[in-house]
Design a protein around this ligand. Sequence first.
Ligand code: GDP
Length: 523
Amino acid sequence: MSSPTDTRARRTFAVISHPDAGKSTLTEALALHARVISEAGAVHGKSGRRGTVSDWMEMERSRGISITSAALQFDYRDHVVNLVDTPGHSDFSEDTYRVLSAVDSAVMLVDAAKGLEPQTLKLFQVCAHRGIPVITVINKWDRPGLDPLALMDEIEKEIGLKPTPLTWPVGQSGEFQGVLDRRTGHFIHFTRTAGGATRAPERHVPADEAADVAGDAWAAALEGHELLEMDDADHDQERFLAGRTTPVLFASALQNFGVAQLLEVLLELAPAPTATPTVDGGAREVDDEFSAFVFKVQSGMDTNHRDRLAYARVCSGVFQRGMVVNHGETGKPFATKYAQAVFGRERTVVETALPGDIVGLVNANALRVGDTIYEGTPVRFPPIASFAPEHFMSARAADTGRFKQFRRGIEQMDQEGVVQVLRSDLRGDQAPVLAAVGPMQFEVVSARMESEYGAAIRLERLDYQLAMLTDADGVDVLNGVRGVEVMRRSDGAFLALFPDKWRAHTAKRDHPEIVLEQLPASG
Ligand code: GDP
């Protein structure tokens, strides 16, 4: 889509939301506005619409969830927009967090009737931790929901960001006529289209004519707008980029209302890719030589091509297909013979990519999550933090005759970061412990071990809820504490597993001499 000389500005973002808030519908609507697709329903194909759901895993299809993650790229008004897909299931995994290391901003999608929901809050915390600016979209305004001011209060109270609405709804939720553009004072009047399947026509009505079109709803919207003004809830770009405020838009993704405004706001306000900090405390500027980091690794997407795909975000320079780059971690060359853009089932070959773009590198067996690839001056980007697991299972090969396949599969799951794999001399190689942020990861492992490695596994739940970081000196001490067990992660770190946080507090109190640290709850 882009050429080597393509200097058009990039916007790379992800949508964070709770399942059912409308992420797939919004993705379609955005693509529709950018004319990537001509009819809504082509991206995720939910609700019986024409489907192009990724088919790499039977389980994914049967549950209607997307475990794969990739990016949708489209051109919009002299910009290139990259929407990085976040796997959206309530039992989300580390993948979801990691995707957020590859974006420059996030759109927090909120269901107007439900307000902030648990997964949205968790994902928001990751954005806050990484300093990613957040734009809020209140979705489903075509349906009865909460009062808009009450929603603003909730956002401020729950996440601590000051909401600064850019638009304000004309018509209560359920009677969505359009929005008041708070910066121009215009009424943006929406017209419904059949089933929301095509772009919704919009008409900009000057303020003095708005009441004729919208009736009493206009006066109510004006009143809301004035209250916000008095409350100092106007957009301030500096405070937004500093992560102190969140611009808010009102929308109906299903009706394609408010979607054009979201695109405009992304272009106008969301940050473009900037320099990436490096391990040595410096930074790689966007116009330096090529560099990228891997934020996701995946295999088994396509049963005919059992290869490994590594998704990398370009940090600097120009990526050109076929270039031979250096792999920061091994120092070995890596040939980028095949590079793809992947979204759902669609795969297209990427010829060039610029900072902010996402490329899927095929045959990337040497690449791991967090790895750096580069040209020219060596560079290493800081590792993507792994997350504090809360669920632990001991795993064994169901058929001991398939132990070789079992070991290979577990190794792969570990490298992909589907689960963290923990080992100890006590448990031996036959029964590693799998640790995950959410329990669904174990189902993913089970299904893939069987289908990809022919090694069915038996899982046994362990009574731990918390892992903390210790060091070699802490191993013997903590192994001596009742109910506690220390295991080694594949990166060499020692994790002490506790049945609950009280036991961890006690251990810390009784053994002040040993290292016992919290794992990052978010990257
Ligand atoms: P996801 O789980 O966040 O990807 O949510 P989906 O996009 O699949 O939407 C969940 C449900 O909400 C579907 O039935 C959608 O048709 C519906 N939905 C999404 N956006 C809207 C909207 O703006 N208005 C209404 N009324 N329904 C919506």
